[in-house]
Design a protein around this ligand. Structure first.
Ligand SMILES: CC(C)(COP(=O)(O)OP(=O)(O)OC[C@H]1O[C@@H](n2cnc3c(N)ncnc32)[C@H](O)[C@@H]1OP(=O)(O)O)[C@@H](O)C(=O)NCCC(=O)NCCS
Length: 177
């Protein structure tokens, strides 16, 4: 596959018409293995997931290449006394890995979410200690590594040590190239 022109990458809300592009990556165990999503097994499943989960989500964006879905970034704000924080998660279709797409998507998200959620002071991310690519993406997007949360949670039935990263509303938003 030829190298992607990063200027053709943008974030936008999901649409029902994304279903076929969505299934290409959301149906891939390699892409979904480090996140809590269940791998999509059919077009019908993909359609209901977009309609019932992605579209109503408080802040879930499709990472698009020339307006076609090749991944996602989600920001989930906490509420009440925890409204100061939100969790960020992301994935990119495997055939596009290693081209700077997730890094660009995170930078675009950073430039938007503190505007969309005025109470937000802290955006946090959790990456499996073995997920070197994800850890690198967070470093490149300007997140601060805070430490390792040992035996923190189960993902797909396996207990995980997770590296926790944060980006604060007062941190400098990285330039988007
Ligand atoms: C993690 C993920 C989002 C990265 O997407 P991407 O578009 O390939 O990310 P980028 O190209 O912006 O950056 C990847 C960086 O990690 C590095 N990297 C990737 N795999 C690596 C590995 N196994 N060992 C060392 N470095 C690795 C790349 O070299 C690159 O760093 P560089 O620019 O300094 O060379 C993608 O691999 C993915 O979707 N994985 C499955 C879902 C997932 O793990 N999501 C995160 C949950 S916390």
């Amino acid at each position: 596959m030829s190298k992607v022109d990063l200027s053709a990458i943008c974030l936008r809300p999901f649409k029902l018409s994304d279903v076929d592009d969505f299934l290409l990556w959301a149906g891939d165990d390699e892409v979904i293995k480090n996140i809590r999503w269940k791998t999509c097994g059919s077009r019908e499943e993909a359609q209901s997931f977009i309609r019932d989960v992605c579209i109503p989500h408080p802040w879930r964006r499709s990472i698009c290449l020339n307006d076609r879905s090749i991944g996602f970034v989600s920001v989930y704000p906490w509420s009440g006394d925890d409204r100061c924080k939100a969790d960020i998660g992301y994935a990119v279709a495997a055939n596009y890995w290693g081209q700077g797409i997730a890094t660009k998507a995170l930078k675009i998200a950073l430039s938007q979410v503190f505007i969309d959620f005025p109470d937000l002071l802290r955006l946090q991310a959790f990456a499996d200690v073995d997920n070197t690519g994800s850890i690198r993406v967070l470093e490149k997007a300007g997140f601060l590594r805070e430490g390792v949360l040992r035996k923190y949670t189960y993902i797909k039935g396996i207990i995980k040590d997770l590296v926790v990263f944060s980006f604060l509303s007062t941190d400098e938003i990285p330039l988007i190239h």
